[in-house]
Design a protein around this ligand. Structure first.
Ligand SMILES: [Zn+2]
Ligand SMILES: [Zn+2]
Length: 147
């Protein structure tokens, strides 16, 4: 018997199981691929995120920069928050949807969870700026609350 089947099985077991997900803007011109799981998924109720998303809260997933590959043209909007943190928001010049952003104070690339258009995407584990939360909005019982 040849030892080859055993060898190839060993080789296969060494390949890490990395999931790949795709995100896109509304018109799908600006696209992005992430490899592996997000570092963190969070909800933000701040008024800037409400304006940014056009929804009543933002849901975003942070990835390490090396997990993310972007494709297509984007324009940038730079916003300095009330506490002086600079964020650069990348949106599609054709449809205007923000797909991802970077924050000067924190490493990584933050992707709008809605851009994945995937209802099975991992749920947020953190909720921020709850003093701006719309009163009707209910959150998961086990979510971490950050003011
Ligand atoms: Zn677009
Ligand atoms: Zn926010």
């Amino acid at each position: 018997m040849s030892p080859e089947p055993t060898l190839s099985k060993l080789t296969l077991s060494k390949i890490p199981l990395v999931s790949t997900r795709n995100a896109a803007c509304h018109c799908e011109q600006l696209r992005l691929t992430v490899e592996g799981e997000p570092v963190r998924v969070s909800i933000c109720h701040c008024l800037a995120c409400q304006r940014r998303t056009g929804s009543v809260f933002g849901v975003q997933a942070r990835f390490d920069a090396e997990q993310v590959t972007t494709e297509g043209a984007s324009r940038q909007y730079v916003r300095v928050s009330d506490d002086g943190e600079k964020g650069t928001f990348h949106f599609c010049p054709d449809c205007g949807a923000t797909v991802f952003y970077t924050a000067e104070a924190r490493p990584g690339i933050v992707v709008s969870v809605g851009a994945f258009a995937d209802p099975s995407f991992p749920a947020p584990t953190m909720s921020a700026w709850e003093e701006r939360r719309h009163s009707w909005l209910r959150l998961p019982d086990d979510i971490e609350h950050v003011s």
